[in-house]
Design a binder for this molecule. Structure first.
Ligand code: FAD
Ligand code: SF4
Length: 478
């Protein structure tokens, strides 16, 4: 219960994790192990890892305890006290869900002034041998992103997503979640998560067969009627340990070697896993505690209510919140360039943004969510993870999606009550934070454009932003 309530997770996230644990416990029993599984509604359940371990130790008097290193600082701190207080040897083993250990990442980071992901990624390519020809990257380049980042067209022939089977165990868990967490964000109906390793592997086979080839080219695209495009929908399963990340990357590499998927897609997919995923975890353990509290821009605005209700005239934001509520999922570019971008340019308190992301996505755990939100998306770390803030105007969203065609706001307009809020907020964000950002050479073109504008236009932008932001802070919002 402590794990399910330290933030108010999406109902589907809780159901997915509890059903997966129950299935795993049964699988172990079937393989002949003795399993002590305490259900959340068991009256004897003390409700926390610590309480349950102590109860188990007192019932079973074990000779020793062995566990996998925890994924989060919060749990790490609980676990650290066990050796001293339990009077039983406690052995903590490395987490096999990662390719790079914490110690290895710390060694890579030691002595570096900056932690550029691309260089870390090259180390991981060398270490794993993925897409390598001797010491050189296959295709002569490490990164093929220039061939990606294309808008997508609605495609009625894009293969349907596999529907998972829902058994009695999942039915029971869904009932319990509905009963215990009735007010949490998110819908429980149309549950479509794999809850066993074998089913998750089948989903990954489907992805490799039907979507990997187009993964790269549509990676940054957004479409109103297609929440998944060619994304893998595998983060949940990799993060809970159903899918081994290295094995998945090797299967993706084979798809390239056998001519089933092009290099730009396969390299891009592998980079997300052995690059970004490992890197984010490394950053979390390297600099946590202080990291979660960082607030480079001193942003203090409360998170707008429409992050929960979806009630906003901004079609892009409303669509992402609606899909998030239904699926406990949004793909990377929706998280980064819609909800993340809006919070960044509107000056929302990064701590509140972090809690929202941790609650609403089924793949969210602090080790991966915090560096993505505090670092990549909100630039609240001042540039540890990213080299510049992911701030963008409506022009970017209009180019990469079809959201703007059905929006009350005009993406062409920069000021006024019917102008796209992303437009004036974007410029206002740059102007507001000039003293912090103008030293960043990657933003010099933007500041030159701002300086070239007529004074009257700049004033109008700042006034439009001020009007909008003051309404945003009122209870009725915008
Ligand atoms: P795909 O697009 O198919 O990518 C393949 C895999 O690469 C993913 O399954 C994931 O394992 C890995 N991956 C891709 N990008 C990242 C990244 N930036 N960091 C870590 N792994 C990555 N991912 C989480 O797993 N949990 C989170 O809580 C989370 N929060 C995020 C918050 C924000 C603001 C942003 C911008 C990104 C966040 N991500 C998070 C990263 C990424 O958006 C998700 O991993 C991805 O959307 C999951 O969907 P998918 O499996 O379809 O990914
Ligand atoms: Fe979003 Fe602006 Fe486009 Fe509306 S016009 S969908 S608010 S980017």
């Amino acid at each position: 219960m402590a794990e399910a309530t330290y933030v108010g997770h999406h109902k589907k996230k809780i159901a997915f994790i509890f059903s997966s644990m129950r299935h795993f416990a049964q699988e172990l029993r079937d393989r002949g192990y003795h399993v002590r599984y305490v259900t959340i509604d068991d009256p004897a359940n003390s409700g926390s890892f610590d309480g349950e371990l102590r109860r188990a130790v007192s019932d079973m008097c074990p000779k020793s305890i062995q566990l996998t290193e925890p994924g989060e600082w919060r749990v790490h701190e609980i676990v650290c006290g066990w050796q001293a207080s339990l009077n039983t040897p406690v052995k903590i083993v490395e987490d096999k869900r990662f390719i790079c250990s914490k110690a290895e990442f710390a060694a890579w980071a030691a002595g570096r002034k900056t932690f550029v992901m691309e260089f870390f990624y090259r180390e991981m390519r060398r270490k794993t041998g993925l897409l390598m020809q001797g010491d050189e990257p296959v295709g002569g380049k490490w990164n093929f992103d220039t061939e990606n980042r294309r808008p997508a067209n609605p495609d009625m022939f894009r293969p349907e997503r596999r529907v998972t089977s829902q058994d009695a165990v999942t039915d029971e868990v869904i009932g319990i979640v509905g009963r215990l967490f009735p007010d949490n964000f998110g819908e429980l109906n149309d549950f479509n998560f794999a809850v066993t390793s074998s089913e998750a592997i089948r989903i990954s086979d489907d992805f490799l067969r039907n979507h990997l080839a187009e993964f790269g080219s549509t990676q940054d695209a957004m479409l109103a009627d297609d929440p998944f495009l060619n994304h893998s929908l595998l983060s949940f399963y990799i993060n809970v340990g159903f899918i081994d990340p290295l094995d998945l990357c090797r299967r993706a590499e084979s798809a390239y070697l056998d001519g089933r998927a092009p290099l730009n897609s396969v390299e891009g997919f592998i980079r997300q896993i052995i690059g970004w995923r490992e890197y984010m975890r490394g950053i979390y353990w390297l600099s946590m505690r202080a990291y979660r509290e960082m607030n480079f821009f001193n942003s203090e605005r409360p998170l707008p209510a429409f992050y929960w209700s979806g009630e906003t005239d901004m079609n892009c934001v409303a669509t992402v919140v609606r899909e998030t509520r239904a699926n406990a999922y949004a793909h990377h570019i929706q998280r980064l360039m819609i909800t993340g971008n809006f919070a960044l340019i509107a000056g929302v308190d990064p701590r509140q943004v972090h809690e929202w992301y941790l609650e609403v996505y089924a793949d969210a755990y602090e080790w991966v969510e915090v560096p993505n939100v505090i670092g990549m998306s909100q630039f609240a770390d001042g540039g540890i993870v990213g080299t510049k803030p992911y701030a963008a105007s409506g022009k970017y969203i209009s180019h990469m999606s079809d959201y703007c065609a059905n929006c009350r706001f005009s993406v062409e307009k920069r000021t006024g009550d019917d102008a796209c809020p992303f437009n004036f907020l974007y410029w206002d964000f740059l102007a507001r934070n000039r003293n912090r950002l103008s030293v960043n050479r990657r933003l010099s073109r933007q500041y030159a454009n701002w300086d070239r504008m007529y004074e009257a236009d700049r004033v109008e932008i700042i006034e439009s932003a001020a009007r909008y932001l003051s309404k945003l802070s009122q209870p009725e919002g915008v």
